[in-house]
Design a protein around this ligand. Structure first.
Ligand code: NI
Length: 407
């Protein structure tokens, strides 16, 4: 059987897609506060005939569509949260909530998810299997995917495969990356406290100057990526904040640092974190200070499964044509879609949404971020096509193997 032409069906939903997106854009909600957004998703999905669970992982929504024929379950995910940024926009659909803004395109992801859900529900009778939608909270700070999984989002039924996508402004509108292997890095947050002995600024010999120690620590840490990581591998170690001291004539007792580590391979991550501890031990001990280190993993790396990526790529070629499906180098940003990918074969796609000609090319997390809405139907068609293709291919493989077993 042939797949439905989801691209033209999605084009017919363009007005609805833009209406959803603009409504969500005007009403952005921060991590784990996405109640209005989740309400819109839950109501829409229930009307479409989905079995809906709300409050999953605090503010998440899980929705299950039963196909007309038996088969496995395919999972599709959309993230819902906004960012604590004051929007700088003259658009009529600019954020109405001061200090909160959809600056990463998750408003688009929710609209895309709802349009994909609409199309798949129309074709439910033909589907050999089920579709499980996850509308996820708290992607930005991390924790949303884990919270949903801890609340049983993957338990009943357990999906056989998962797909998701991110609008991406540094790709031209309509381009798609759907590739196997690493796509986005693992992220860890570092919190370091260097502890010395405070005292009078005129009597350094009676103190252990935490600021002087921190200076040596900062230099030492910058050798990890340059001297300890294999140059063929990739890692980032950034110290983003340094806070210490209270007055010109006081030697600081403590200095607090925060930073992040980004890696693709678990072995490289281990190297970076091990060297971090060794250098902190050595430098602080050598200077008579001490330290505490807290490492908090936000998300593992997004590494796309080869078989799932093959399906996503075929879906992308069907939706936008082969010329618009491009490989792109992996990104050092992180995405907690990887939490699903650790448990289920998964592929995360990037959908180009930048349009320099229309001035829609500000980077993600920028106060002027906006994207080309003409790609919304493409996103919906990508998710629906990938899901239906997985179910149909699986049904085909099953019926072939049954035929070959029969005498
Ligand atoms: Ni994002």
């Amino acid at each position: 059987m042939t797949l439905p032409d989801f691209r033209s069906e999605a084009d017919n939903l363009a007005t609805q897609l833009i209406a959803w997106r603009r409504d969500l854009h005007q009403h952005p909600e921060l991590c784990f506060q996405e109640t209005r957004t989740a309400g819109l998703a839950a109501r829409t999905l229930a009307k479409l005939g989905y079995e809906v669970r709300t409050g999953v992982g605090q503010t998440g929504v899980v929705a299950l569509l039963h196909g007309g024929r038996p088969g496995p379950t395919v999972m599709l995910r959309a993230d819902m949260d906004a960012l604590p940024i004051q929007e700088l926009s003259d658009a009529p659909y600019a954020s109405q909530t001061p200090g909160v803004m959809h600056a990463c395109g998750h408003d688009g992801h929710v609209a895309i998810g709802l349009a994909a859900a609409t199309m798949l529900a129309r074709h439910a009778a033909e589907l050999p299997g089920n579709v499980l939608f996850l509308f996820q909270p708290a992607e930005e700070k991390g924790g949303g995917a884990r919270a949903m999984i801890a609340d049983g989002a993957l338990a009943d039924p357990t999906p056989a495969v998962a797909f998701g996508l991110h609008l991406w402004n540094s790709l031209p509108a309509g381009r798609v990356a759907a590739q196997a292997g690493p796509l986005m890095a693992a992220a860890d947050i570092l919190k370091i406290v260097v502890r010395g002995r405070g005292g009078h600024g005129a009597h350094p010999h009676e103190t252990t100057d935490a600021i002087a120690v921190t200076g040596q620590v900062l230099s030492a840490l910058q050798t990890i990526v340059s001297r300890n990581v294999d140059p063929q591998e990739t890692a980032v170690l950034t110290i983003g904040t340094v806070h210490g001291g209270s007055a010109f004539n006081v030697i600081a007792e403590t200095v607090e640092l925060q930073g992040t580590v980004r890696t693709f391979s678990p072995a490289v991550r281990e190297t970076v974190l091990t060297r971090l501890r060794v250098l902190l031990d050595g430098v602080t001990a050598g200077m008579g200070a001490s330290y505490t280190l807290d490492v908090q993993g936000i998300a593992p790396a997004v590494v796309n499964d080869p078989a799932a990526s093959e399906i996503a790529r075929a879906a992308a070629i069907q939706v936008v044509g082969g010329a618009a499906v491009a490989w792109r180098p992996p990104l050092m940003v992180s995405e907690d879609f990887s939490e699903y990918g650790r448990r289920v074969p998964a592929c995360f796609m990037l959908l180009g949404s930048g349009n320099a000609g229309l001035g829609l090319n500000a980077p993600h997390h920028n106060p002027r971020f906006d994207f080309d809405e003409s790609v919304l139907p493409i996103g919906a068609a990508l998710l629906a096509t990938a899901a239906a293709k997985f179910l149909h291919d699986n049904a085909l493989a099953t019926s072939c193997s049954e035929t070959s077993r029969s005498p």
